[in-house]
Design a protein around this ligand. Structure first.
Ligand SMILES: NC(=O)C1=CN([C@@H]2O[C@H](COP(=O)(O)OP(=O)(O)OC[C@H]3O[C@@H](n4cnc5c(N)ncnc54)[C@H](O)[C@@H]3O)[C@@H](O)[C@H]2O)C=CC1
Ligand SMILES: O=C(O)[C@H]1O[C@H](OP(=O)(O)OP(=O)(O)OC[C@H]2O[C@@H](n3ccc(=O)[nH]c3=O)[C@H](O)[C@@H]2O)[C@H](O)[C@@H](O)[C@@H]1O
Length: 447
């Protein structure tokens, strides 16, 4: 069997590496138009940082795992084609700022139709609006090739930073397909691939529309939990309650559960905001404005949380940041990834720059040029947390990297301008300890 995945990104790369690792008899080709990205996949320096990924790629590359820019030939020879290209929010025209850009999906459908003359299973791995399979089918029909393809939906639920463990041991695998005989057969083929390592009871099969929609809903529910606890963090700060104690108390209710209740500077990442906006747009499109407004609030609360954090910093530094050095520790949207897409740090840094702050950023994985590109040329980049904090008026923790927990804060304090402030936007530090050193310390959701 041959599998081809179009799109060598954060999803295509790791998911295909896992299939290659678990199914040595299946040839897996990951293809992309981006030559630089493919070259990186074929090098010692992979284009994405993900714990455990390098080892798997090194083990299978050149055996049953290939990274290539020869898109059409791999599509042509594959039995199963995964579409794993981006579906970013549209920034122009109808639906700008809400609807997803489906141009890459359409482009893939056209390439598949042009390249193939035999039967294939085509799988939507990308996150798409409900009924996208209809779009894909109508492209195939336009080439008079609709009869050749079974279109399935198999959304991906991995989270960045834990992609390999999520893929190895997923909560569930979701496969949506048609209830026709050929549709059921195609679903079974894909079930059999995952069943090599995922227990059968964790593989759910549904119709295509349920599968497409479930992916958007899963992300919307997860983001909603973060916005809910962040809304409560504001109440905690003015009432004397402690958001971690509240999260613990409510999370022990088995109906609520303990996960995704960590208050923060706000969620980031390429998907939460994009997928909620997608759901908001779809709800509006289906004539359900109240539903659209309900989900829109999750994003509004996220924006509020970021602004609230920045306001606290400005207020604590006597309402002026002009010429003050501010050390920003962490720029990625979460720990253990080099991904900065929609990171709260971007928005917070931009607001601080607007106030005239002199920003110095340290992140263990994000390249300097990227940080500058996303903020300003005037942003300084440090090679360590200590270097960033030297002569700073304040330290801001914006990503929860483990190394920030273990820093020698007493030494950092000595080198800072007094009063030395620390704002823990991830609630990873021991505030009492920091205050005993001399810091003016604050975090999220504690007065
Ligand atoms: N990043 C994540 O953690 C997750 C992302 N997703 C979804 O998966 C999809 C892909 O996301 P990422 O991997 O993060 O995107 P990405 O932007 O990292 O990768 C997409 C790749 O597709 C390539 N591409 C676009 N059009 C192409 C074409 N016609 N032929 C060949 N290559 C083409 C691009 O060059 C790019 O390298 C999105 O729909 C996203 O919502 C789902 C779960 C998790
Ligand atoms: O579709 C996607 O792209 C993926 O989106 C998320 O994964 P990811 O964005 O990689 O990372 P998360 O761990 O979900 O974190 C998202 C953001 O929420 C923040 N977060 C998360 C949890 C929490 O309790 N508090 C909190 O602030 C994180 O710091 C991060 O900025 C989902 O968890 C995945 O299941 C999904 O596949």
């Amino acid at each position: 069997m041959k599998i081809c995945c179009i799109g060598a990104g954060y999803v295509g790369g790791p998911t295909m590496a896992m299939i290659a690792k678990k199914c040595h008899d299946i040839d897996v080709a990951v293809v992309d138009l981006n030559e630089e990205r493919i070259a990186a996949w074929n090098s010692d320096c992979l284009p994405i940082y993900e714990p455990g990924l390098q080892e798997i790629v090194e083990e299978r590359r050149g055996k049953n795992l290939t990274f290539s820019t020869e898109v059409k030939s791999h599509i042509k020879s594959a039995d199963i084609i995964f579409i794993s290209v981006g579906t970013p929010t549209k920034d122009y025209g109808i639906g700008a700022g809400q609807a997803p850009e489906l141009g890459y999906i359409e482009g893939c459908a056209r390439m598949i139709a042009e390249a193939c003359d035999g039967p294939k299973i085509v799988i939507e791995k990308s996150t798409v609006p409900v009924r996208t399979a209809e779009l894909v089918k109508s492209v195939f029909d336009g080439y008079n090739k609709g009869h050749l393809f079974e279109i399935l939906s198999n959304p991906e639920f991995l989270a960045e930073g834990t992609a390999i463990t999520d893929l190895e041991n997923p909560d569930r695998v979701l496969i949506g397909g048609d209830s026709t005989e050929s549709g059921k057969k195609a679903v079974q083929t894909v079930v059999d691939v995952y069943n090599r390592w995922v227990p059968r009871e964790k593989i759910i099969t549904t119709n295509v529309w349920s599968s497409e929609l479930s992916k958007l809903v899963a992300n919307a529910f997860l983001a909603q939990r973060v916005s809910s606890i962040n809304a409560i963090s504001a109440v905690c700060e003015v009432s004397g309650a402690d958001v971690e104690e509240v999260a613990n108390a409510i999370g022990m209710d088995s109906r609520i559960g303990p996960k995704f209740l960590k208050s923060s500077v706000g969620f980031g990442g390429s998907c939460f905001q994009k997928d909620i906006l997608n759901l908001v747009y779809l709800s509006g499109h289906f004539g359900l404005p109240e539903v659209a407004e309900y989900w829109r609030q999750v994003i509004t609360m996220n924006e509020y949380q970021r602004k609230r954090f920045t306001r606290k910093v400005i207020h604590s530094l006597f309402n002026t940041l002009q010429g003050k050095r501010i050390a920003v520790l962490g720029f990625a949207f979460k720990k253990d990834t080099n991904d900065t897409r929609e990171s709260a740090a971007i928005y917070i840094c931009r607001d601080l720059l607007e106030e005239g702050a002199d920003i110095v950023v340290y992140d263990p994985q994000v390249p300097a040029e990227e940080i500058k590109h996303l903020t300003s040329d005037s942003t300084k980049i440090a090679n360590s947390a200590e270097e960033a904090a030297k002569d700073a008026h304040a330290v801001l923790i914006l990503t929860e990297w483990d190394e920030f927990v273990a820093l020698d804060y007493a030494a950092i304090y000595k080198d800072m301008v007094k009063p030395a402030h620390i704002f823990d936007g991830r609630n990873i530090l021991d505030l009492e300890k920091l205050e005993s050193i001399g810091f003016k310390a604050s975090c999220i959701g504690k007065s």
